[in-house]
Design a protein. Structure first.
Length: 164
């Protein structure tokens, strides 16, 4: 993926809602949106070479520093979902991503998540630069995703609506 990264967002495998994730309101509990977003990021990290093998062999990983989730439409048990991930920006220590969770069969948008992840030296348990080969992969994907139209919702803040 990285050298000739496609000019489209990364798409996760199709996921299924697990029955224990449904809350007393009869829909997906808010915590499990994050589980699915995290699973999609893990799939992208594998493509970038920063998954579990990277952690084991090179002692690097990522930690989420900030996350903003928007819940736009309910998901229910039995709904297949797929997540698209845009790598919006990166520097030597950080990754800025945006994710859309959509109903996999019908295509409607259920939720978004915008995240800032930090690269960690797991021996020191401190933020550290990505190795040069990983920085090159990240840069290739960031360039490719930069050619794709940006989805709505990037950079939103939480605030009460203004009264006019």
């Amino acid at each position: 993926m990285p050298e000739n990264a496609a000019a489209e967002p990364f798409r996760s495998a199709i996921m299924q809602i697990e029955p224990q994730w449904i809350d007393y309101n009869g829909h997906l509990n808010m915590a499990y949106y994050n589980v699915m977003f995290d699973r999609a990021i893990d799939q992208l990290w594998l493509e970038l070479g920063i998954g579990p093998t990277y952690m084991k062999e090179r002692h690097g990983s990522t930690f989420t520093a900030e996350c903003h989730v928007r819940y736009l439409r309910e998901i229910h048990f039995g709904d297949p979902v797929q997540i698209s991930v845009w790598l919006l920006n990166a520097d030597d220590k950080r990754l800025h991503t945006f994710e859309e969770l959509r109903h996999a069969a019908e295509g409607w948008l259920s939720a978004t998540s915008e995240n800032m992840s930090l690269h960690m030296d797991m021996n020191a348990r401190r933020v550290a630069p990505f190795p040069p080969d990983i920085q090159q992969r990240i840069a290739a994907v960031t360039r490719a995703h930069g050619a794709v139209p940006r989805p709505a919702g990037i950079g939103r803040n939480i605030a009460m609506p203004s009264k006019r």
